[in-house]
Design a protein around this ligand. Structure first.
Ligand code: TYC
Length: 102
């Protein structure tokens, strides 16, 4: 049969493990110059957060130095980082956003 420990269940578990794609944390870093409202706007615009969620993450970054904004596939994380960096640079703010393998 195919109960626990059988060949069938072991093979099924191994297949699930190898197919899981790597995920990436997108991190927002604190600085002394970027306005709080600008950071909240970025979190709403590029990460689909509501105002309360965006404000909470912004405050965490402000107090702790950094925070994880979300966890995404490599391509999505790369796009989010580029959007935040481009938008910040265009508005002449030094806000930094990076990604890190989970
Ligand atoms: N520390 C900034 C200030 O006091 C606010 C800020 C929050 C900046 C989060 C960047 O990722 C950041 N204006």
């Amino acid at each position: 049969d195919d109960g626990p420990g059988s060949e069938a269940s072991i093979l099924t578990k191994a297949k699930t493990r190898t197919q899981r794609p790597p995920m990436y944390k997108v991190l927002l870093l604190n600085d002394d110059y970027t306005p709080m409202e600008f950071v909240v706007h970025i979190l709403e615009r590029f990460f689909g957060l509501n105002h309360a969620q965006a404000f909470e993450i912004m405050l965490t970054v402000h107090k702790k130095g950094l925070a994880v904004v979300g966890v995404f596939s490599f391509e999505v994380a790369e796009t989010k980082v580029a959007q935040v960096m481009d938008f910040s640079r265009r508005h002449q703010h030094p806000l930094q956003c990076t990604m890190e393998k989970e």
